[in-house]
Design a protein around this ligand. Structure first.
Ligand code: NDP
Length: 274
């Protein structure tokens, strides 16, 4: 009897997760039989849950989402460069010798969604990154690698934005500003919302003057959580405004390829989820 490989996504809460469906749809493209479940673990139970999944239950690999990405990074035995830069991991893979490898696909997934799905040229853009939490850290370097001209990081807690800018260490291209000063820092042609305000149903109170001519606005959140930011962007005259559903599918595709050695088609899955 062939054994079905076991995969899962860890989070808290996790019942809403689209990851099981995305991975099943990818697996169907190749006729791969997949067991992909959700594992709800509170923060203090995360390490034990990971150990059980990989060592007792024969788990092969897992995705990790809020609030465990930093903990996943910390407990891994090996870390990719993308995970080290972000200081967090959304992918854990069991190596042949039983050790765990951490990786972060957020940055690559978001940049691919913008450039390949939506056809946005990121080069020479003046970018505003709202937020400096795990998601912002996961994507900041990828935008610099993709050629943005400047990156301005603004976070409600200023010290966290400064820490991210310091970690990047490119003062000529990367600067921070205070949230309170958002009304007077000019306009941008790429604005990425990496705050969790939408998910928390809180208002960002963003000034419309931030949105420059032909600006592309992107909310890493998706579904109803993205509506306030996308509505603001449209009201402010953004050229294009996108939510983070495509990013979710692209980051999952990177994990799928890492685990199965095959690149799934993302467009049909993206359309199915829409
Ligand atoms: P974190 O909890 O690590 O960070 C939250 C960030 O949001 C912090 O910068 C925080 O600021 C800021 N924030 C929260 N509430 C407010 C508010 N009312 N006003 C201003 N700033 C606020 O979360 P993550 O970084 O992991 O996730 C952020 C978002 O990105 C979530 O919506 C998540 O769903 C989404 N995401 C989407 C992915 C996708 O594939 N589409 C992948 C990963 C994340 P402060 O530091 O001051 O607290």
């Amino acid at each position: 009897m062939t054994q079905t490989s076991r995969y899962a996504v860890f989070g808290h809460p996790i019942s809403h997760s689209k990851s099981p469906r995305i991975h099943q749809l990818f697996a169907e493209q190749f006729g791969i039989a997949l067991s992909y479940g959700t594992i709800d673990a509170a923060p203090d139970a995360f390490a034990d849950a990971v150990r059980r999944f990989f060592h007792d239950d024969g788990g092969h690999a897992a995705n990790v989402t809020l609030p465990h990405k930093a903990a996943a990074f910390a407990l891994a035995d090996e870390r990719s460069q993308a995970a080290v830069r972000a200081g967090s991991a959304n992918v854990l893979t069991r190596l042949d010798d039983g050790r765990l490898a951490a990786h972060n696909t957020d940055g690559a997934g978001l940049v691919r969604d913008l450039t390949e799905r939506h056809g946005v040229d990121l080069r020479d853009r003046d970018m505003l990154l709202l937020g400096a939490g795990g998601a912002a850290r996961g994507v900041a370097w990828s935008f610099l690698d993709a050629g943005v001209a400047s990156l301005t990081i603004v976070n409600r807690t200023a010290a966290t934005a400064d820490a991210l800018a310091d970690a990047i260490g490119e003062p000529a291209r990367v600067r921070t500003r205070y949230w309170e000063d958002l009304g007077g820092i000019g306009s941008f042609d790429l604005i990425v919302n990496a705050t969790s305000a939408g998910v928390l149903q809180q208002s960002l109170g963003l000034p419309m003057a931030l949105v420059g001519a032909r600006a592309v606005c992107y909310d890493m959140a998706y579904g109803t959580a993205a509506i306030p930011f996308l509505s603001w962007a449209e009201a402010a005259g953004a050229y294009r405004a996108y939510d983070g559903l495509g990013m979710l599918v692209e980051t999952a595709a990177d994990a799928f390829e890492l685990w199965h050695g095959r690149r799934p088609e993302t467009e049909p899955v993206y359309r199915a989820l829409r």
